[in-house]
Design a binder for this molecule. Structure first.
Ligand SMILES: [Zn+2]
Length: 114
């Protein structure tokens, strides 16, 4: 992956344009989730459960931040792959935006519109 500015400068304009096309073609699906998965140890409350004297049962939660508000949502185990896939799409898209922007900045500096 060509993503630092020094490397971009050393590319020909044709290489930059073709790299931009490859990046655009590699875009993840716009099926996203922004936030993070966290594990919390939760005591179930049953007095005879082994967790009563220990750490609790590990449970999965989704933590997100939107409009200055933090949310924590329980994630059932079978939903973990669904959440992880969308988190990965989000991170891949974020990286793509940064890389495409760097290429377009270099094109702007060269005054290349297409
Ligand atoms: Zn328990």
């Amino acid at each position: 992956m060509i993503n630092d500015n020094k490397k971009l400068k050393s590319l020909t304009t044709d290489e930059l344009l073709s790299h931009r096309q490859i990046l655009i073609a590699s875009a993840p699906p716009l099926d996203l989730l922004r936030g993070s998965l966290i594990t919390r140890n939760v005591k179930c409350g049953k007095p005879n459960c082994r967790c009563a004297s220990g750490q609790g049962h590990p449970s999965l939660y989704f933590s997100s931040f939107h409009k200055s508000k933090n949310s924590i949502d329980y994630v059932p185990a079978k939903w973990e792959p669904w959440v992880k896939e969308r988190l990965e799409n989000y991170h891949r898209l974020q990286e793509l935006i940064i890389n495409l922007s760097e290429i377009n900045l270099e094109l702007l500096r060269r005054r290349i519109k297409d």
